[in-house]
Design a protein around this ligand. Structure first.
Ligand SMILES: [Zn+2]
Length: 93
């Protein structure tokens, strides 16, 4: 199991940022619908489960990009990771 936040490093100026992140989905700044936080962790989420295999739905075995609220832990899933842009909080205008 990968620890949340592992594997994502962004270089801002000379500083490395490991999250949490400001997240844009397309042109929109993402805000947690529960706690209004703007900081999120990013993680890969496997969509395949034993149940899916049992139901012969292996074609649905894919991974999605999970965006998890840093404050309340609400997890949003995105099938198309290209919609997601991560930014370090220092980059906020
Ligand atoms: Zn939240």
């Amino acid at each position: 199991m990968t620890k949340i936040g592992d594997g994502v490093v962004c270089v801002v100026g000379r500083k490395r940022h490991r999250g949490p992140w400001l997240v844009r989905v397309g042109p929109q700044q993402m805000v947690c619908p529960v706690c209004r936080s703007e900081l999120f962790w990013q993680r890969e989420v496997q969509l395949n489960t034993a149940g899916m295999t049992l139901l012969k739905l292996d074609w649905a075995n894919e991974s999605a990009t999970g965006i998890q609220c840093a404050r309340c832990s609400r997890l949003e899933l995105f099938a198309d990771h290209r919609q997601i842009r991560l930014g370090a909080p220092e980059q906020k205008p």
